[in-house]
Design a protein around this ligand. Sequence first.
Ligand code: ATR
Length: 281
Amino acid sequence: MPDPINLDHPERYAVMGHPVAHSKSPEIHKYFAHQFKHNIEYTAIEVEPGDFPQAVEQFRASGGKGLNVTIPFKFDAFKLADRLSDRAELAGAVNTLKFEADGRIFGDNTDGAGLVHDLTLNLGVTLKDKPILVLGAGGAVRGVLGPLLRQHPAVLVIANRTIAKAKELAKVFAHYGKIEVCGFDDLKGRRFDVVINGTAASLKGEVPPLPASLFTHGALAYDMMYGDRPTPFMLWAERYGVHKISDGLGMLVEQAAESYFIWHGVRPETRPVIQVLRKGV
Ligand code: ATR
């Protein structure tokens, strides 16, 4: 059962990252809290690299109940947690911390669930028995592979610039479904129903060198990143005739909803929040 809400003093939550000033999480959690009339304060806390454990302790000592953790602290949060969910263990990263009544810190990772909810519930895509391509093999991709594989795709191909990194991931996740790894060149002649860009290429205004014939008819091109404009990957997909294209804003809201559930035991409605944020961007 969630703790009863104290109406006089808001329960304190925050997101920690570097940089974190432009995080949409405070706004998202404000909308969620409004749905339940919860009295919550959710702030963004900028933390210098190296200072994460002290910052967490300070926040907890000042009455904080839980934290979201973003780049570059997801592995620090993983190490700091006393108890981990199975999905956080598998992801090797934590984006949600909960300070438990017994003094222990529970660590979870809601990124993969957020992606899968956005794909299946918001975008109406079936992953079961479908060929799926994931681009990239860094921390962001590792965080979502478990939940993606739990949807039982026909095959999940991980393509990365550095193939060795994709191979490492395939080893970790081999028991969870059919995985193949390759470089971008090896994708020629292959077609996928869902292509998820989990590389950091968009950050540099780049698109991985992909063959244009990658998509089946009706395929979805999904970028885990989001911004005020379509990412280079989304523009590339549009140029090659893909109709279903999405950024990762829905994933962001869905992972936040999953964190909200961990802290408060209730699931917020995500669609109205995604709509409001879309209008704002
Ligand atoms: P994150 O936590 O965002 O996943 P990361 O662990 O540094 O960050 O991983 C970045 C991913 O983006 C990697 O898969 C990286 O490819 P390499 O493993 O070959 O480095 C990929 N990446 C970054 N810039 C890229 C680019 N311009 N084109 C293609 N892939 C890129």
